[in-house]
Ligand binder design. Structure first.
Ligand SMILES: [Zn+2]
Length: 411
């Protein structure tokens, strides 16, 4: 008998999202019908048939029990790309763009990302922490149990460190956070006349100071942000300091970011709205996870990235919100799953895999989270439906009923 301090019973469909599902697990998501799951000290110790749980598991005193009452159970979502920490919002410019204003016009007025940089610099760490905590609560309520959180609206040594301290203070969640330094989000206004000086500031001061606070370094490699040479300089410095690498690549054009991600063996390349067959082959051969961010296409009314083409090219796929106040203001992974299946050419099973195990792979955290298998953290969601095919189809409402993180019932 296994001892457990958490027991989930009566899962009508328990989608394990096992890396290599084999019978009795069914289909691409490795579904166990009439399943149960037990955990001890936050880790899964047993997954099996409801009919066998009494013979297999014994509960310690004060163990937590959760009856799924026949509902669907999934691994918690892993949102591998968010800009969690920022002040203010940009609703005004969203509506102006709908009436025809362009992003370039807004930027020339000192708006766009510069408005968020100004507000974030002016905000106290306490206020940034309070607003980030509210967003985390929304993420959790919609089924996210781990999310990546980037800095990148400070763009000075003091303000980037301030934002990363906010992430550190919230790190244990729930949901738990993975921290990324994105000082190379854009060139701040005071360095527009001397871009090289800002690249030096990032390499010589911000990245070394941020290293104890962040696991990843991310760069926005794009026309108007950082070109390939600047991005390579920053990312090579980051790699030497021990950061794992990510890129915002090929969102607005053929920036060269995808090829750079492959060259530098980045963990993930995100956006990839514009790619060639050679880009996709290079990313696949370098095992770079491709991150689909359809919330940006919705908000900016751009064409959607072609997730089908990425999967057919043999890439590993992650699906994330890109939560940020400019181009994708949503905490809701269920919404981006809906967008991905309607507009990016992937099935609901492929989207759910990308939103769980794929997200974990994009954070190089898939030995710990992303699927419901013995040895992994016990992060799961219980749904207000019995069938995963309802997700992305029944939209605009929250179908997540209960959320468990590290074997503790969070919602
Ligand atoms: Zn982003």
């Amino acid at each position: 008998m296994l001892e457990a301090d958490f027991l989930l019973t009566n899962a009508g469909r328990l989608a394990t999202v096992a890396a290599h599902p084999a019978p009795p697990l069914e289909g691409p998501l490795g579904v166990l019908r009439d399943g149960a799951l037990a955990a001890r000290n936050g880790r899964i110790v047993w997954v099996g048939a409801q009919a066998e749980v009494a013979q297999a598991v014994t509960l310690i005193p004060r163990a937590r029990r959760l009856d799924a009452a026949g509902a669907l159970v999934l691994p918690g979502f892993v949102d591998s790309h968010t800009h969690l920490v920022f002040a203010g919002h940009r609703a005004g410019e969203f509506h102006e763009r709908l009436r025809g204003a362009t992003y370039a016009e807004l930027l020339a007025q000192g708006r766009g990302i510069l408005a968020t940089v100004g507000a974030t610099r002016a905000a106290s760490a306490a206020d940034l922490e309070a607003s980030a905590r509210q967003r985390m609560a929304r993420c959790l309520a919609h089924g996210t149990t781990t999310l990546e959180a980037k800095s990148g609206y400070g763009l000075s040594l003091a303000d980037e460190i301030k934002c990363l301290h906010v992430v550190a203070a919230l790190r244990d969640g729930p949901p738990r956070l993975v921290s990324t330094c994105m000082a190379a989000h854009t060139v701040p206004p005071e360095y527009r006349a001397d871009r090289a000086a800002y690249v030096r500031l990032v390499c010589d001061q911000i990245l070394p100071a941020a290293r104890p606070l962040a696991d990843f370094c991310d760069v926005f490699c794009e026309t108007g942000a950082f070109d390939v040479a600047e991005s390579r300089t920053i990312l090579e410095r980051a790699r030497d300091l021990g950061y794992k690498l990510k890129l915002h690549a090929n969102q607005l054009g053929h920036s060269g970011g995808a090829a750079l991600a492959a060259e530098l063996n980045a963990i993930s390349a995100d956006h990839l709205d514009f790619t060639t067959d050679a880009d996709l082959a290079a990313l696949r051969d370098a095992s770079v996870v491709a991150t689909l961010l359809p919330g940006c296409s919705y908000t900016l009314r751009h064409a959607y990235p072609d997730g089908r083409q990425w999967l057919d090219a043999g890439l590993k796929l992650s699906l994330a919100t890109d939560l940020n106040p400019g181009s994708s203001y949503t905490e809701n992974m269920q919404f981006v799953i809906g967008l991905a299946i309607s507009f990016c050419g992937i099935t609901v099973a492929e989207a759910l895999r990308a939103a769980t195990l794929g997200g974990a792979q994009a954070l190089q955290f898939d030995t710990e989270i992303g699927s419901l298998e013995v040895g992994k953290r016990c992060d799961l969601t219980v749904w207000d439906t019995t069938d995963e095919e309802e997700i992305g189809y029944h939209v605009g409402v929250n179908l997540v009923k209960r959320v468990v993180v590290d074997g503790a019932i969070a919602i």
